[in-house]
Design a protein around this ligand. Structure first.
Ligand code: KE4
Length: 442
């Protein structure tokens, strides 16, 4: 007997109603509320490998992967074993453990820019701390960021573009003082002329240029040829620190992150997601002369009760060691599986007559529902022209077909080493129905 849609999601609907009474939107982070895809969220009971199961017992091939951390898939054996062992030794001490040095050594060995590192609990904390350090180290207050790049919800980064593309930011959320966002200059992604104009317009006032080296928060948008090196050169010319936000790309697009993939070394780097293997762990690091200014070596204050938490360290170490195994074989698997998915999605969209612009960097990818065949997406303005209504229809059908995607056009999909050929082929088959649903929207 075919399940009706409401039956299929009955328990999730009940769970969401309960959660909504208790928490804003019934979620612990806004994107999970499914506002952009016009339906209630599913509630997850468990995950294993490339699959998650909701409270109704429906199974899904998962491309959220917790928005990046689960590069080995859900409940990966090395991570489960390491965290189980660690928790039996105690969850947190508020005193140094060797696990922090063990993970720090791996991060410093892997990431070209990082000579010294500090662990924090979220990408937002990493951004807050790196910005504070950049301001202290330069004695300058302003920050340049790209429209559409996301660096967590720290006040200085919750800005939207003012009138011109290189004017000072205005708050994009209530509760954020204009006095804070007034020090943030916004420029379009992939536009070096705008960065030069911003640096000239605010000469001597800019502490750092923050950028996602591969933009992952307006969908996945790779840097244009020469863009990252161009930022490096402009920062050197104007005495501005270059901050790569590799919370999403770190250990994702390559073991050494985007900076190793593109061969451009920033002054400071933010990490998160994969570095904690699914547990709350992020980090910021960079040149030793900068990082030694962080308390207690230096005066730049930053602290955290659960920073360097032994469980998160254990999960991170197990994840990175598995990614390094067999000469980084994981990245060859990830690249092959994601390329296969990319090709299959492209063919399915073409068969359905749906204009699509597909981007991919390693195991991050994004199908942009563009207006016309041949349209490309190079920055936020391009991304916001996409057919989000078609994406929403695609998303809902994919969910009904047992594939769960990040619930917004402006998110990247993530593939794990657990996504085998069967999962990829099933996803492509489901996408034929998803694109048919999208094409039904004029
Ligand atoms: P967290 O504070 O959420 O740990 O990290 C913030 C952050 C910083 N930098 C980049 C490049 C990021 O992608 C993120 C967080 N990414 C989102 C996904 N678009 C997390 C999902 C969510 O907000 O729930």
């Amino acid at each position: 007997m075919s399940q009706t849609t409401t039956d299929r999601y009955a328990a999730s609907s009940q769970a969401h109603a309960r959660a909504a009474r208790l928490m804003p939107g019934g979620v612990s982070s806004p994107v999970r509320a499914y506002k952009a895809v016009g339906r209630e969220p599913i509630t997850i009971r468990k995950g294993k490998g490339a699959h998650v199961k909701d409270v109704d017992g429906n199974s899904y091939i998962d491309y959220v992967c917790s928005y990046g951390p689960l590069i080995l898939g859900h409940a990966a054996e090395p991570v489960v074993a390491a965290v189980t062992k660690a928790v039996q030794r105690g969850a947190s001490f508020g005193m140094p453990t060797q696990a922090e040095s063990d993970l720090a050594e791996r991060v410093i060995e892997a990431v070209p820019s990082i000579e010294v590192v500090r662990f924090v609990n979220s990408g937002t904390e990493a951004a807050m701390s790196a910005l504070r350090l950049a301001r202290a180290a330069t004695g300058r207050d302003k920050v340049i960021k790209c429209i559409g790049c996301y660096h967590g919800h720290t006040d200085a980064m919750l800005v939207s573009a003012g009138s011109g593309a290189t004017t000072l930011g205005v708050p994009s959320s209530p509760g954020v003082p204009g006095s804070v966002t007034g020090g943030t200059v916004l420029v379009p992604y992939n536009d070096l002329d705008a960065v030069r104009a911003a640096m000239l317009g605010h000469r001597g006032e800019v502490a750092c240029m923050a950028v996602e080296p591969v933009a992952g928060n307006m969908g996945c948008i790779p840097p244009g040829d020469g863009y990252l090196q161009g930022l490096r050169d402009l920062c050197d010319e104007f005495g501005v620190l270059l901050l790569f936000d590799e919370v999403m790309t770190g250990f994702r697009v390559a073991y050494g992150g985007a900076q190793s993939l593109y061969g451009v070394t920033p002054d400071l780097t933010m990490l998160g997601k994969v570095v904690g293997g699914g547990l709350p762990c992020a980090a910021y690091g960079g040149r030793e002369d900068l990082m030694r200014q962080v308390a207690p070596d230096g005066p730049v204050y930053q602290a955290g009760t659960l920073s360097g938490n032994p469980l998160a360290m254990a999960a991170g170490i197990a994840t990175l060691d598995t990614l390094k195994d067999n000469d980084h074989d994981a990245y060859r698997k990830l690249d092959a599986a994601t390329r296969h998915l990319e090709m299959g999605l492209g063919e399915a969209a073409e068969s359905a007559g749906v204009p699509l612009y597909l981007t991919r960097v390693g195991s991050m990818l994004c199908p942009f529902f563009v207006n016309n065949a041949g349209d490309t997406v190079e920055d936020y303005a391009d991304a916001t022209r996409c057919r989000t209504d078609r994406f929403a229809a695609f998303f809902r059908t994919m969910l009904d077909e047992g594939v769960v995607l990040p619930p917004a056009q402006f998110e990247a999909w993530f593939v794990s080493t657990a996504h085998d050929l069967k999962a990829i082929e099933e996803t492509i088959a489901a996408a034929s129905k998803g694109f048919a649903a999208a094409s039904a929207i004029a």
